[in-house]
Ligand binder design. Sequence first.
Ligand SMILES: Nc1ncnc2c1ncn2[C@@H]1O[C@H](COP(=O)(O)OP(=O)(O)O)[C@@H](O)[C@H]1O
Ligand SMILES: [Mg+2]
Length: 243
Amino acid sequence: MTGKKSKSPPADEHALDAFAGFAADGRPTAVERYGAGHIHDTFRVRLREKGQPGYILQRINGRIFADIPGMMANIVRVTEHLRRRLAAIPGADPAREVLTVVPARDGAPFLRDGSGEHWRCFVFIGHRELGARPGTPAQAREAGRLYGRFLALLADLPGPPLRETIPRFHDLARRLDDYREALEHDRAARSSGAAAEAGFVAERGQALLATLRDARRRGLPLRVTHNDTKFNNVLIDSRGHGL
Ligand SMILES: Nc1ncnc2c1ncn2[C@@H]1O[C@H](COP(=O)(O)OP(=O)(O)O)[C@@H](O)[C@H]1O
Ligand SMILES: [Mg+2]
């Protein structure tokens, strides 16, 4: 990387080089920045071959994900399980309703380039490009249905727990503690503008935590969750059907 101020190097040529390291079919015509994700650098790879969906290529954010092999092992386990489960559901389309991880040429589910950056590649899933928020109640409903289905299909994921790639990311007690501290210190002097939201959390946070702890004690099984259920983390097709 250069020492310049820009967040990332002129990404498209790096992305094209990285793409060559994946066991992908087709000849790329263009690699362009894609989507509105906040974590990784996401690119769409279009192909010369007509009718081919192309690929999504991502430069993984290694500052947030220190354990990239662990993260990718989780993704492979989750997507393979979803694919098996979808294959048994009449009318489901496993090619479009679960991510397909494209391995690197050495067979690994990610690639490390010469400058130490990590990349991953998925088959591009055609969808309707929507904003950060649902445009209609039907879209909100569809997103909710997909997250529910994600949990239901993963309820019987076999094997050991998924790897905890960001320590305590899913720890509600810790989240509530951090939140309370941030609210108290109010370093950006903006908590007064969030009084309604703070009230919402004050009303529910500790009670929810107590409910979950009690349920665990009484035998609630530990299962896979999602915990980043933003609207733009689901894809919806041109007919409004959630993918
Ligand atoms: N396989 C895919 N097919 C089509 N679009 C995708 C695919 N994977 C990701 N995207 C798009 O890229 C965006 C960013 O991807 P995501 O993995 O959520 O990255 P981030 O963690 O940075 O948000 C998504 O919101 C979606 O629009
Ligand atoms: Mg995202």
